[in-house]
Design a protein around this ligand. Structure first.
Ligand SMILES: [Ca+2]
Length: 59
């Protein structure tokens, strides 16, 4: 299994382009955590949870 979360194989992963110019791995989109500094990876997803708050939740 590839695990892009460790960033070692990020180049092989589909990327999502944030509207602020950042690139994040595509699986971080719509995960209820704002990964782009402007939260654009969570915009356009099914609305619900405040992504700004969810960003503070750690595993
Ligand atoms: Ca996200």
């Amino acid at each position: 299994m590839e695990d892009c979360a460790d960033r070692s194989d990020e180049r092989n992963c589909p990327m999502f382009h944030c509207t602020d110019g950042q690139d994040i791995v595509a699986h971080l989109r719509c995960d209820n955590v704002a990964n782009c500094s402007d939260g654009s990876d969570e915009s356009g997803c099914a609305a619900g949870i405040s992504t700004q708050v969810a960003n503070f939740i750690c595993n």
